[in-house]
Design a protein around this ligand. Sequence first.
Ligand code: MGD
Ligand code: MGD
Ligand code: MO
Length: 814
Amino acid sequence: MAADERGSDDMLSRGAPGTPATGRGPGTGGPPSHRPYEHPSAGWGAARSVGRVLARTGEPVDGPRAIFKMNHEDGGFDCPGCAWPDDRKGLHLDICENGIKHVAWEMTPKRVGAEFFAAHTVAELSEWTDFALEDQGRLTEPMVYDAESDRYVPITWHDAFELVGGELRGLDHPDRAAFYTSGRLSNEASFLYQLWVREFGTNNLPDCSNMCHEASGLALAASLGTTKGTVDLADWEKADAIFVMGINAASNAPRMLTSLAHARRRGAQIVHVNPMAEAASGRTIVPHEPLNMATFHATRTGTLGVQPRIGGDMALIRGVAKAVLEAAEKDRTAIDREFIDRYTHGFEGYRRACEETPWERLVEQSGVPEATIRKVAAVYRRSRRTIISWCLGVTQQEHGVDTVREIIGLLLLRGNIGREGAGPCPIRGHSNVQGNRTCGITHRPPEQLLDRLAEVCGIDPPSAPGLDTVQTAEAMHRGEVRVFVGMGGNFALAAPDTARTFEALRNCELTVHVSTKLNRSHLVHGAKALILPCLARSERDERRGGAAQGVTVEDSMSMVHLSYGMKRPASPHLRSEPAIVCGLARATLPGGRTPWEEYAGDYDRVRDTMAQVLDGFEDFNRKVRLPLGFRLPQPARELVFLTASGRAEFSAAPLPQVLPAKGRLILATVRSHDQWNTTIYSDDDRYRGLKNVRTVVFMHPADMLERGLSQFQHVDVTSIAKDGSRRTVHGYRAVSYDVARGCAVGYMPELNALCPMGDVSPQSGQPLAKHLTVEVVPVVRTGAARPPGRAFAGSAPAAAPRRTPRPPAPGSAS
Ligand SMILES: Nc1nc2c(c(=O)[nH]1)N[C@H]1C(S)=C(S)[C@@H](COP(=O)(O)OP(=O)(O)OC[C@H]3O[C@@H](n4cnc5c(=O)[nH]c(N)nc54)[C@H](O)[C@@H]3O)O[C@H]1N2
Ligand SMILES: Nc1nc2c(c(=O)[nH]1)N[C@H]1C(S)=C(S)[C@@H](COP(=O)(O)OP(=O)(O)OC[C@H]3O[C@@H](n4cnc5c(=O)[nH]c(N)nc54)[C@H](O)[C@@H]3O)O[C@H]1N2
Ligand SMILES: [Mo]
């Protein structure tokens, strides 16, 4: 079947003119509704939601048992849900609703085997929603695409490896292939993956960090000579003030609520900076405090909420610094002069930049009144120990690097680095995204890493930088990259500009995905295509001979520890990620001297090599078996700044212009409470009070009024790219919300349809997923409105109706 006849899978997010868009969730719930959420976060709402998920996955016994093993010392596996560190004191269960959902989703008893693929052509599956695809369950055996029947058919592991090896060896240059990583990969698998790719001869290692915290890494490196945050959980327990910027903590890092509640109880100030009023800025019932659960006792998790406009954080932070510097003219203790003189560089330029930016400009660009900025400054000045945490609201911006540097500048002003209870704290996304980078997954490898790889592993690694995520998609589109390998993830939906990313993947000679579940990226494939199913984090990884192997991961706060899966694998044919990488590598590099087979058979061997290559991993096998694992060295925490000047660097970047042109809005794409990136559990977003609909755009009531829009009215949303090109999603619903003026918010991955591929931050290369210029106009109705979850109207050319998924063929559930 020709690729253009598969246009309808992209229509799931774009909709068709005149009809309501449907979205990538199940679409089967009922009529959409919105009612502001007025309860504390977590607590019983979360408990009920967990119950529903466990019931749906049909995992009433194993689910909870697994959860009690998650994130605990003495065995257990690391929660694949997020990168928030574990409270491993053994006093209470440090688990959260979304972590449980995540694991339950992984542990489903449903299976997608050969019979399933025999019963459905790829053309047919392309009509299914993304929810329906993943909901079929776990992949069980390697599959290869058969063009003649338009179906995936079984292939042996051996033949699959040979197919990949043959294709790679047949390329005229190693740079014709790209190797994507989603941040779940263990440290060992990451190390082996990059070793394979570099021994093969390319640095084309795009990863999800390119879309996520690239800006944080670059800014921290420039300012502090590290790529990571400097604080740990013990610091969270000591801070007097905590800033929570650009993160929806209640949904995306729920265990942070516990830390916030504890901080509040001991009197810490908690400032939330977010254009949207999010649940974490209110109250929470700490889920593992039974008494509080039983008595519905809620704790506040915020003391001040500030709503800047989208992209306004840099102006806000500069305003706070300006107020602090003004105060320092009268009060010498307002800034830490001794720290500044001793440890920093560039203060004068920074001070001048703050002084010379007028208040009117700061207020206009931040969208925050001067009095509020001064209030924030007062909180900051009163606090001896301040942590500033941030996530995607800050990084997925044109000026993300400058903004993070501004945050660090503010911290430096009062010496909030290198002392307990203080410091910068980027909240990472995927559970091991930080470890991936530590272990060599990067398209811009440091020289030192390459030298060590050459010395220890005897390979000749390439030194030219490789392609990042967006560059990879563009290179595939141009036909320059011919082979795409995805180590986890869902590139087709995660990358910007859905239509263009689909074309890019379909333009490949070969696409390979190592996955646990069926997803869109398997259906938007190259001329040849493979699905290679792997063990999940929760599953027992048996070494030849029976003993279980553990892998290691690194959390947001640089703690490295072992993770042991304990569940029986979803199928006997699954292989572990390290074993799959070794198989692929052996087939690609016959005659090489890397002991791939030994590595696959015993991860201690991999760790022995890692110990020689990676800084901070000396004596890896011993240290990682300590009860709590070990912490990687963080020089900036010890006030050792590995920058060119040897000091922490202030930045005095010019303030950007972030206001939309008249009549336009700035749109940010975000996650709902009931999704994990491209995995969508339901069409609800509990904390934002939304039910049964994802194709919405949240707007300020006054911005709706200005456009004559009523609640839930259908609108078309058009983005205007830097090059003037336009992309439209049809039939969305306008939802009135407590969000800053001039801002609009809607859900990823659907709204990647609006993200222009070329519009990346020149500072980080990150797609501008939180800064799209859009126009929102009422739909001109050409057909009858349909409830979500139903077929597109006939106006979509060649788009067959969206079918509700059929149940798997009999016998496919093994
Ligand atoms: N349950 C669950 N947990 C997850 C994930 C998931 O999908 N589901 N994803 C994981 C991953 S990979 C990541 S990277 C993280 C993502 O965690 P988040 O960063 O929380 O992700 P988003 O949902 O994109 O939300 C971004 C937040 O930024 C705000 N925002 C938008 N624009 C701006 C701005 O200009 N300034 C400020 N200050 N705020 C702004 C939005 O209102 C929203 O609250 O979560 C991780 N954890
Ligand atoms: N518009 C917009 N786009 C965005 C973002 C945004 O905020 N807005 N956020 C960006 C961010 S921060 C990120 S991190 C990316 C996420 O991008 P990705 O990491 O590429 O996407 P995920 O949805 O996390 O990947 C889900 C798939 O991973 C596979 N999987 C699950 N567990 C495992 C495992 O243990 N091993 C393997 N091999 N596979 C597994 C399953 O098959 C599942 O279908 O999206 C980015 N895209
Ligand atoms: Mo992420």
